[in-house]
Write a protein that binds this ligand. Structure first.
Ligand code: PRP
Ligand code: ADE
Length: 175
């Protein structure tokens, strides 16, 4: 195995998961490697040096792992956006389309205060449906999204264009 030097060297692709035709980018191999995980967190933070954030919002499920570490580094709070029915308190919801299906995501209705500066974090940007739903939830609570940070961008699926059309600043570590 050649020496791993870049983030993408730590990510494996599983063919036909969870459905035939999907090339699933598996970041568990990145997270499991001490050097790879640190590199990912450092690179996610890189464009935001000197920027103050109130909250990091992580998208279920792999956005929790990244977002928690990023929030710690930024001394910001962490807020989860979860799939329908998982959060215990009062929530607001958004429906969206996935690369492979449909879903609803939710946020606690008191998780972000109006005017708070937010960094949205997830492992992967595909169609952008999940991120767009997350952005809408944060904005409905009055949060101001300063950036959207991903480990992987799959540009052929259009997510980056979709978020940029919403005037979002998109940061991704590899394609
Ligand atoms: C994956 C990924 C993103 C989303 C990206 O999550 O972690 O959240 O898909 O796809 P999109 O840009 O087309 O919306 P998944 O829905 O597999 O959920 P999980 O992390 O809970 O397994
Ligand atoms: N979410 C949507 N598409 C995906 C892919 N190809 N790999 C991992 N997660 C995904």
């Amino acid at each position: 195995m050649p020496r791993k030097t870049e983030i993408k060297d730590y990510i494996r692709t599983i063919v036909d998961f969870p459905h035939e035709g999907i090339m699933f980018r598996d970041v568990t191999t990145l997270f499991a490697d001490p050097r790879g995980f640190r590199m990912a967190i450092d690179q996610l933070l890189h464009p935001y040096a000197g920027v103050r954030f109130d909250k990091v919002v992580g998208l279920e499920a792999r956005g929790f792992i990244l977002g928690g570490a990023v929030a710690h580094q930024l001394s910001a709070g962490f807020v989860p956006i979860r799939k329908k029915g998982k959060l215990p308190g009062a929530v607001i919801s958004e429906e969206y389309q996935l690369e492979y299906g449909e879903a609803v995501v939710e946020i606690h209705d008191d998780a972000i205060e109006a005017g708070e500066k937010v960094l949205l974090v997830d492992d992967l940007l595909a169609t952008g449906g999940t991120a767009e739903a997350g952005i809408k939830l944060v904005e409905r609570l009055g949060g101001q999204i300063i950036g959207c940070a991903f480990v992987i961008d799959l540009p052929e699926l259009g997510g980056r264009k979709r978020l940029e059309a919403m005037d979002m600043d998109v940061h991704a570590l590899c394609a």
